[in-house]
Design a protein around this ligand. Structure first.
Ligand SMILES: C[S@@+](CC[C@H](N)C(=O)[O-])C[C@H]1O[C@@H](n2cnc3c(N)ncnc32)[C@H](O)[C@@H]1O
Length: 185
Protein backbone atom coordinates (compact mmCIF):
# COMPACT_ATOMS: atom_id res chain seq x y z
CA UNK A 1 0.00 0.00 0.00
CA UNK A 2 1.31 3.43 -0.81
CA UNK A 3 0.76 6.07 1.83
CA UNK A 4 -0.19 9.37 0.23
CA UNK A 5 2.62 11.88 0.59
CA UNK A 6 0.34 14.44 2.20
CA UNK A 7 -0.69 12.20 5.11
CA UNK A 8 2.23 12.74 7.48
CA UNK A 9 3.24 16.02 9.00
CA UNK A 10 6.60 15.67 10.72
CA UNK A 11 7.02 18.55 13.14
CA UNK A 12 9.57 19.69 15.66
CA UNK A 13 8.37 21.52 18.75
CA UNK A 14 10.78 23.40 20.93
CA UNK A 15 9.62 24.63 24.34
CA UNK A 16 9.50 28.40 24.74
CA UNK A 17 12.07 29.75 27.16
CA UNK A 18 10.69 31.98 29.91
CA UNK A 19 12.68 34.60 31.78
CA UNK A 20 12.41 33.60 35.46
CA UNK A 21 14.97 36.00 36.94
CA UNK A 22 16.76 38.94 35.33
CA UNK A 23 19.04 37.46 32.68
CA UNK A 24 17.96 33.84 33.32
CA UNK A 25 15.54 31.79 31.28
CA UNK A 26 14.35 28.22 31.65
CA UNK A 27 12.19 25.76 29.74
CA UNK A 28 9.46 23.51 31.21
CA UNK A 29 10.72 20.35 32.86
CA UNK A 30 14.12 21.52 34.09
CA UNK A 31 14.80 21.50 37.83
CA UNK A 32 13.35 24.57 39.58
CA UNK A 33 12.05 25.94 36.28
CA UNK A 34 10.17 28.78 37.96
CA UNK A 35 13.21 30.48 39.49
CA UNK A 36 16.35 29.96 41.55
CA UNK A 37 16.07 27.01 43.94
CA UNK A 38 15.89 28.24 47.59
CA UNK A 39 18.57 25.71 48.58
CA UNK A 40 20.97 27.15 46.00
CA UNK A 41 20.13 30.67 47.18
CA UNK A 42 21.01 29.56 50.74
CA UNK A 43 24.27 28.00 49.55
CA UNK A 44 25.32 31.16 47.70
CA UNK A 45 24.74 33.19 50.87
CA UNK A 46 27.43 31.07 52.55
CA UNK A 47 30.06 30.91 49.81
CA UNK A 48 33.31 32.72 50.57
CA UNK A 49 33.73 36.21 49.17
CA UNK A 50 36.73 35.02 47.11
CA UNK A 51 36.46 31.71 45.29
CA UNK A 52 39.23 29.30 44.24
CA UNK A 53 40.69 29.54 40.74
CA UNK A 54 39.39 26.26 39.27
CA UNK A 55 35.85 25.31 40.21
CA UNK A 56 33.31 22.65 39.23
CA UNK A 57 29.51 23.01 39.58
CA UNK A 58 28.23 19.42 39.67
CA UNK A 59 24.62 19.16 38.47
CA UNK A 60 24.66 22.75 37.24
CA UNK A 61 21.05 22.81 36.04
CA UNK A 62 20.14 25.99 34.16
CA UNK A 63 23.14 27.84 35.53
CA UNK A 64 21.95 30.20 38.27
CA UNK A 65 24.37 28.83 40.88
CA UNK A 66 27.23 28.87 38.35
CA UNK A 67 26.54 32.51 37.52
CA UNK A 68 26.76 33.43 41.22
CA UNK A 69 30.09 31.58 41.48
CA UNK A 70 31.45 33.47 38.49
CA UNK A 71 30.27 36.76 39.97
CA UNK A 72 32.70 36.32 42.88
CA UNK A 73 36.35 37.23 42.44
CA UNK A 74 39.00 34.55 41.99
CA UNK A 75 37.50 32.12 39.48
CA UNK A 76 39.58 31.48 36.37
CA UNK A 77 37.64 28.50 35.03
CA UNK A 78 34.27 27.01 35.98
CA UNK A 79 33.14 23.60 34.74
CA UNK A 80 29.36 23.19 34.53
CA UNK A 81 28.50 19.47 34.62
CA UNK A 82 24.91 18.50 33.83
CA UNK A 83 23.26 15.30 32.56
CA UNK A 84 20.02 16.88 31.34
CA UNK A 85 20.48 18.35 27.86
CA UNK A 86 17.62 20.86 28.15
CA UNK A 87 19.04 22.19 31.42
CA UNK A 88 22.51 22.52 29.98
CA UNK A 89 21.14 24.32 26.89
CA UNK A 90 19.52 26.84 29.27
CA UNK A 91 22.81 27.16 31.16
CA UNK A 92 24.63 27.93 27.91
CA UNK A 93 22.19 30.78 27.26
CA UNK A 94 22.26 32.01 30.86
CA UNK A 95 25.98 31.84 31.56
CA UNK A 96 27.69 33.79 28.83
CA UNK A 97 31.16 33.97 30.28
CA UNK A 98 34.39 32.86 28.59
CA UNK A 99 35.51 31.17 31.83
CA UNK A 100 32.61 28.69 31.65
CA UNK A 101 33.12 25.16 30.27
CA UNK A 102 29.99 23.11 29.63
CA UNK A 103 29.92 19.33 30.00
CA UNK A 104 26.84 17.33 29.05
CA UNK A 105 27.66 14.20 31.00
CA UNK A 106 27.04 12.07 34.07
CA UNK A 107 28.58 13.69 37.15
CA UNK A 108 29.28 10.26 38.62
CA UNK A 109 31.85 9.46 35.94
CA UNK A 110 33.00 13.01 35.18
CA UNK A 111 36.78 13.43 35.14
CA UNK A 112 39.22 16.23 34.33
CA UNK A 113 42.88 15.98 33.35
CA UNK A 114 43.85 18.49 36.10
CA UNK A 115 42.42 18.58 39.64
CA UNK A 116 40.36 21.58 40.70
CA UNK A 117 40.49 23.47 43.98
CA UNK A 118 36.77 24.05 44.45
CA UNK A 119 33.52 22.14 43.91
CA UNK A 120 30.11 23.71 44.49
CA UNK A 121 26.92 21.70 44.26
CA UNK A 122 23.27 21.33 45.06
CA UNK A 123 23.12 17.61 44.28
CA UNK A 124 20.03 15.81 43.01
CA UNK A 125 18.10 13.93 45.64
CA UNK A 126 15.64 12.15 43.34
CA UNK A 127 15.99 9.64 40.55
CA UNK A 128 12.70 10.12 38.74
CA UNK A 129 10.04 10.36 41.45
CA UNK A 130 11.92 8.25 43.98
CA UNK A 131 14.21 9.81 46.62
CA UNK A 132 17.68 8.42 45.99
CA UNK A 133 20.36 9.45 48.49
CA UNK A 134 22.88 7.21 46.68
CA UNK A 135 22.94 9.72 43.82
CA UNK A 136 23.96 12.55 46.14
CA UNK A 137 26.50 10.29 47.81
CA UNK A 138 27.97 9.58 44.35
CA UNK A 139 28.22 13.34 43.71
CA UNK A 140 30.18 13.71 46.98
CA UNK A 141 32.58 10.95 45.91
CA UNK A 142 33.03 12.61 42.51
CA UNK A 143 33.75 15.95 44.21
CA UNK A 144 36.44 14.33 46.38
CA UNK A 145 37.99 12.67 43.31
CA UNK A 146 38.10 15.95 41.34
CA UNK A 147 39.68 18.05 44.10
CA UNK A 148 43.31 18.62 45.04
CA UNK A 149 44.26 17.63 48.60
CA UNK A 150 43.73 21.23 49.71
CA UNK A 151 40.53 21.68 47.69
CA UNK A 152 37.14 22.50 49.15
CA UNK A 153 33.61 21.33 48.54
CA UNK A 154 30.63 23.59 49.26
CA UNK A 155 27.30 21.81 49.06
CA UNK A 156 23.74 22.18 50.23
CA UNK A 157 21.42 19.33 51.12
CA UNK A 158 18.27 18.64 52.97
CA UNK A 159 19.05 17.88 56.60
CA UNK A 160 17.26 14.50 56.51
CA UNK A 161 19.53 13.10 53.77
CA UNK A 162 22.18 10.68 55.09
CA UNK A 163 25.34 12.34 53.71
CA UNK A 164 27.26 12.68 56.98
CA UNK A 165 29.09 9.33 56.69
CA UNK A 166 30.07 9.67 53.04
CA UNK A 167 31.30 13.23 53.69
CA UNK A 168 33.44 12.08 56.61
CA UNK A 169 34.79 9.13 54.58
CA UNK A 170 35.90 11.42 51.76
CA UNK A 171 36.90 14.70 53.47
CA UNK A 172 39.23 15.46 56.39
CA UNK A 173 37.12 18.31 57.81
CA UNK A 174 33.36 18.64 57.50
CA UNK A 175 31.49 21.59 58.95
CA UNK A 176 28.04 23.07 58.70
CA UNK A 177 28.24 26.66 57.47
CA UNK A 178 24.58 27.58 57.66
CA UNK A 179 21.17 26.07 57.87
CA UNK A 180 17.50 26.61 58.37
CA UNK A 181 14.62 24.44 59.41
CA UNK A 182 12.93 24.43 55.99
CA UNK A 183 13.13 21.16 54.10
CA UNK A 184 12.98 20.42 50.38
CA UNK A 185 10.60 17.83 49.11
C1 LIG B 1 19.05 19.87 42.75
S1 LIG B 1 19.33 20.22 41.05
C2 LIG B 1 20.40 21.65 41.16
C3 LIG B 1 20.48 22.41 39.85
C4 LIG B 1 21.24 23.72 39.91
N1 LIG B 1 22.61 23.52 40.37
C5 LIG B 1 20.52 24.69 40.80
O1 LIG B 1 21.10 25.10 41.78
O2 LIG B 1 19.38 25.04 40.50
C6 LIG B 1 20.41 18.89 40.57
C7 LIG B 1 20.79 18.87 39.10
O3 LIG B 1 21.57 17.71 38.87
C8 LIG B 1 21.23 17.18 37.60
N2 LIG B 1 21.59 15.75 37.60
C9 LIG B 1 20.89 14.69 38.08
N3 LIG B 1 21.59 13.56 37.95
C10 LIG B 1 22.77 13.92 37.36
C11 LIG B 1 23.92 13.19 36.97
N4 LIG B 1 24.02 11.86 37.17
N5 LIG B 1 24.95 13.87 36.41
C12 LIG B 1 24.88 15.21 36.22
N6 LIG B 1 23.81 15.95 36.55
C13 LIG B 1 22.77 15.32 37.13
C14 LIG B 1 19.75 17.45 37.46
O4 LIG B 1 19.37 17.42 36.09
C15 LIG B 1 19.63 18.82 38.12
O5 LIG B 1 19.77 19.85 37.17
Amino acid sequence: MTIPADRWYPQEWVATATEVAPGFSTVPGVFSADGPDPASVALVAHLPEKMPTRVVDLGAGWGWLSAQILARPGVEVLHLVEADAASLDCAKRNVVDPRARFHWTDALTFALSEPVNGVVMNPPFHEGRKADPALGAGFIQTAARLLTGAGRLWMVANRHLPYEAVLRDNFADVSEIGGDSASRS
